[in-house]
Design a protein around this ligand. Structure first.
Ligand SMILES: *Cc1c(COP(=O)(O)O)cnc(C)c1O
Length: 339
């Protein structure tokens, strides 16, 4: 889609070719300087490990236009650190935090005209990734790597306001108990495509994965993290080595505690104890918070607050976090990097 044809109030979450993307190569033990390029097509060896053995990882973060015209990046240092952990798990070299943030800044600046206006609820979504490339066929780490960052303008996830969604428990797993669940890697997503599409065919927003070891505890909501509010106003979110440590989840934990005065519990969320909760939600960069209306398990739908209305605690958490991201509410120290 050409820039001229973008309808800012109708933006969804779709690929749009923006002006520039950042590209850096790792060869002979180090990353090169990196550069911006207009070319959105990668030319890589047919033997690339990213193509055959899933040696790749990615990140997702947003840049926001503020009221005063400045541009906020939300906690990019956390994305850099997570990418370094994902790379380590897949035996890939990672960009330093400095290179990662610099690449993000360059991409935002070069595509400034694509940042949705303040107040639209939209943002510039950045997609950094690392892939194993170069001539190879054996199962081993690649001889070369690419680190790239591209961006697309995205609209608010919920047009016309947040609405609760229903989810269904899946009998499939997205990750193994000591596998790659905590790394942001494409393999987990490949494993989630079929269960996710089955859930959507049955009119659910997505499926929920239970812990792969015992299938008794909630782990992930599609590709977002789960949280719930108990009747005693405690913020509960699963803790497990196969849950992806989300930055939205981490931020909600900190805001729930410091700004809403909720007690935070990271622990088990048993699927047969959903009655403990008055509200529930899924959280991630794309939607920030998706309120959970109900969860279907063994043919029965458990409804939390309501299938139609968003609960008051979820609403307050959403307002606080989105306010911090767009610069309307003061951010905790170090959360905002100005571009
Ligand atoms: C990216 C991701 C999340 C959310 O992480 P954020 O940093 O909040 O965007 C949650 N679960 C999975 C499986 C993910 O890949």
């Amino acid at each position: 889609m050409a820039y001229e044809n973008i309808e800012w109030d109708k933006l969804g979450f779709d690929y749009i070719k923006t002006d520039q993307r950042y590209l850096s190569h790792w060869r002979n033990g180090d990353w090169d300087q990196g550069k911006l390029t207009e070319d959105n097509v990668l030319h890589i060896s047919e033997g690339s490990t990213a193509l055959h053995y899933g040696q790749q990882c990615f990140e997702g973060l947003k840049a926001y236009r503020c009221k005063d015209g400045s541009i906020n990046l939300f906690r990019p240092d956390q994305n850099a650190l997570r990418m370094q952990r994902s790379c380590a798990r897949l035996l890939m070299p990672a960009p330093s935090t400095e290179q990662f943030i610099e690449a993000c800044k360059q991409v935002v600046k070069a595509n400034e005209r694509f940042i949705p206006p303040y107040g639209s609820g939209g943002a510039l979504y950045l997609r950094p990734f690392v892939i194993g490339v170069g001539d190879n066929i054996g199962v081993r780490t690649a001889p070369e790597f690419i680190f790239s960052v591209f961006c697309i303008p995205v609209g608010p996830y919920f047009k016309g306001g947040m609405k609760p969604n229903n989810f269904v428990i899946s009998s499939y797993d997205r990750a193994a108990p000591q596998g790659t669940g905590a790394a942001k890697v494409g393999g987990n997503y490949a494993a989630s495509l079929m269960p996710g599409s089955q859930a959507k065919k049955n009119n659910f927003a997505d499926c929920i994965y239970l812990d792969p070891q015992t299938h008794t505890k909630i782990e992930e909501v599609g590709s977002a993290n789960f949280f719930a509010i108990t009747h005693n106003d405690e913020f509960v979110t699963p803790k497990s080595p196969s849950v992806l440590p989300g930055i939205t989840r981490l931020s909600l934990i900190e805001l729930a505690q410091s700004r809403l005065g909720l007690k935070v519990i990271e622990g088990d969320v048993f699927i047969d104890k959903l009655g403990d909760f008055k509200e529930a939600g899924a959280c991630g960069t794309a939607a920030v918070i998706t309120p959970i209306g109900g969860i279907e398990y063994n043919g029965k739908l458990h409804v939390f607050h309501s299938e139609k209305e968003v609960g008051p605690v979820v609403s307050r958490l959403y307002a606080e976090l989105t306010g911090v991201q767009s610069g309307d509410i003061e951010a905790p120290e170090g959360w905002i990097v100005k571009v």
